[in-house]
Design a protein around this ligand. Structure first.
Ligand code: VTB
Length: 347
């Protein structure tokens, strides 16, 4: 039997009704944080998105569980790892959430912030530790051909061949961080173009899956939990995504890890049951569920969709849902009509 066609007696917990509700979850989170966009209030924008996401999730008939969220229970009052969400009855669904991905982008009204989540049947999303992750994302044509174990130079050559583009026609997105100094120099030496971003590597990774986004590859080190959300999207749309945990503070080069040591981080990973800290995770391992859904809604305008627009009679949201249930990418513009609305403009 085709594993992707559940029998009526064994219905998948991820069905079209759930997918519609998941879309509303990210829309509500995007609207809530967009109200704080540009105010320089990073934590407040995040908190507003978290609250809205949790509230809408609570209305879904499911036994939802957060596997990647705002952090451990003692540091996050809502959407913490292990929190049960939903009505408490119905199918079991696992979620990886980032209610305000790119909080700085939202706080300073810059491009690329969005409310995102990935959903799957139970156990279908890797319980990523709160570490850094080296990531490689590329279009479907380069899937399984580029490899995170290879050098940037080799991968750019492979990308060129797979996409039929010369190096100087390729755009490689890299986060603007001190840790990427050598990587940026290596990419430049190949002749490829670099698009530096200050934050928001989830959107950049997913954009690689779409021809016409102007983005051909994401390279570099970002956060590991969000890597699972990128992996879910890329797995569902057939793009390339690989991740490898980073445990050495000398590699991560981040203030957050100023007091941590490589040995201490390795011990933490071992405690978490990660026996091979150097393992390269494929998208289908990070998001291994039978059914995997990604949903993202723009807070500010971005590469794939616009941000929230507040108008007199309505609020508009632009979102993307990628699902391997029916192999679709749905770009959705929703008009949320306000009470007493007089007229809704076409766009
Ligand atoms: C970056 C940023 C992402 O995590 O990956 C960040 O682009 C972690 O890196 O949007 P720094 O600690 O160096 O900022 C995210 O915020 C989530 O992946």
């Amino acid at each position: 039997m085709d594993l992707h066609t559940p029998s009526p007696h064994n219905r998948s917990p991820v069905d079209q009704t759930l997918i519609q509700e998941i879309l509303e979850v990210v829309e509500q989170a995007a609207i809530a944080s967009a109200k704080l966009s540009g105010k320089g209030l990073k934590n407040e924008a995040d908190a507003a998105a978290v609250e809205a996401m949790r509230k809408r999730m609570g209305q879904i008939q499911m036994q939802g569980r957060i596997v990647i969220g705002e952090g451990e229970r003692d540091e996050a009052p809502m959407l913490y790892i292990g929190e049960e969400v939903g009505s408490g009855t119905g199918p079991g669904v696992d979620f990886a959430v980032d209610p305000c991905e790119g909080t700085n982008l939202c706080a300073f009204s810059q491009r690329g912030s969005m409310a995102v989540l990935a959903a799957s049947d139970r156990g279908g999303l890797f319980n990523a530790p709160d570490f850094y992750m080296k990531k490689l994302a590329a279009p479907p044509a380069a899937k399984g051909k580029v490899d995170i174990r290879k050098s940037a130079t080799e991968n750019i050559k492979i990308l060129s061949d797979c996409l039929g583009l010369s190096a100087d026609e390729l755009t490689i997105v890299v986060m603007d961080r001190a840790r990427h100094k050598d990587l940026i120099a290596e990419i430049r030496a190949t002749g490829a173009r670099i698009q530096p971003i200050s934050d928001g590597d989830v959107q950049a990774a997913i954009a690689c899956g779409f021809a016409g986004s102007g983005t051909h590859c994401l390279m570099g080190i970002g956060a590991a939990p969000e890597g699972v959300i990128s992996a879910a999207a890329m797995r569902a749309l057939g793009g390339h995504f690989q991740g490898q945990l980073v445990y050495d503070p000398a590699v991560a080069q981040t203030k957050e890890w100023a007091d941590l040591t490589k040995e201490g981080n390795l011990a933490r990973l071992a405690e978490m049951g990660i026996s091979d800290p150097d393992k390269v995770y494929e998208a289908a391992e990070l998001a291994c569920g039978q059914h995997v859904v990604f949903a993202g809604s723009g807070i500010t305008d971005g590469l794939l969709f616009d941000g929230v627009k507040f108008e007199q009679d309505c609020t508009r949201t632009s979102s993307l849902v990628i699902s391997n249930l029916d192999n679709t990418c749905r770009f959705t513009n929703t008009v949320h009509i306000k009470d007493g609305a007089q007229s809704i403009a076409l766009s």
